[in-house]
Design a protein around this ligand. Structure first.
Ligand SMILES: [Zn+2]
Length: 170
C-alpha cells in the first residue's frame, strides 16, 4: 500500500493498517490488581473463573487483488471466553503438533470493537484451533450483526481505510 489520504485529519498516512488488536478482554481493567486474575499475551483469567483466549477475527478483503500491496485479509485481534474445560484443553494442547484437528470450541466475543452498532460484546463465536504457533481464528455464528455480515461477505479496501480514519480519529 502507498498509504492513504486521510479524511479524518486531512494528512497523508504512510501505512494503511490491516489489523488491530485489543491487549485484554473487556472489563480487564477492573480486575488488573485482583490476585485471582492474570493477563498474558494469549491467555487471560478473570476472578479465577472466567477464561479467555486471544484470536483473530478475519474478514476477507474482496478487492485486495486490484489494490497494490493490499492484504487479502483484514483482522481484528479479539478475546473470546471459553468454558473452563475448553480453556484447559487449549492450554494442554498449546505445543502439541496436530492440535488444529480439534473440533471448534464455542466462545463469547469479549472485545468491544469500535465502529459497530449494536455492541460486539457477547456475540456467539466458534473458535478454530490452528497449528502450533498460530492464533486461533474466530468465526462469528451466522446472524444479522454488521460484523457477522462483514465476515461473511467481506469488505473493500475503502472500508479498511474508513476503519483506519475512524479508529485513529474517533
Ligand atoms: Zn489521519
Amino acid at each position: 500500500m502507498q498509504g492513504y489520504d486521510c479524511r479524518g485529519c486531512g494528512q497523508h498516512h504512510d501505512e494503511l493498517p490491516f489489523s488491530y488488536w485489543a491487549p485484554a478482554p473487556a472489563y480487564w481493567d477492573e480486575f488488573a490488581t485482583d490476585e485471582h486474575s492474570v493477563l498474558g499475551e494469549e491467555h487471560c483469567i478473570i476472578g479465577g473463573e472466567q477464561f479467555f483466549i486471544r484470536g483473530r477475527l478475519v474478514i476477507p478483503v474482496i478487492d485486495a487483488g486490484s489494490v497494490p500491496g493490499a492484504s487479502p485479509e483484514f483482522d481484528w485481534g479479539v478475546w473470546v471466553s471459553l468454558s473452563e474445560r475448553n480453556y484447559e484443553r487449549t492450554t494442554e494442547l498449546w505445543t502439541t503438533p496436530g492440535r488444529e484437528s480439534e473440533p471448534p470450541y464455542f466462545g463469547w466475543l469479549c472485545t468491544e470493537l469500535p465502529l459497530y452498532e449494536p455492541s460486539t460484546l457477547g456475540l456467539k463465536t466458534q473458535v478454530h484451533t490452528q497449528s502450533v504457533g498460530e492464533r486461533p481464528t474466530i468465526d462469528l455464528e451466522p446472524g444479522d450483526h454488521p460484523l457477522a455480515v462483514e465476515q461473511r461477505t467481506g469488505i473493500t479496501v475503502a472500508r479498511v481505510q474508513e476503519i483506519a480514519e475512524r479508529f485513529t480519529h474517533p
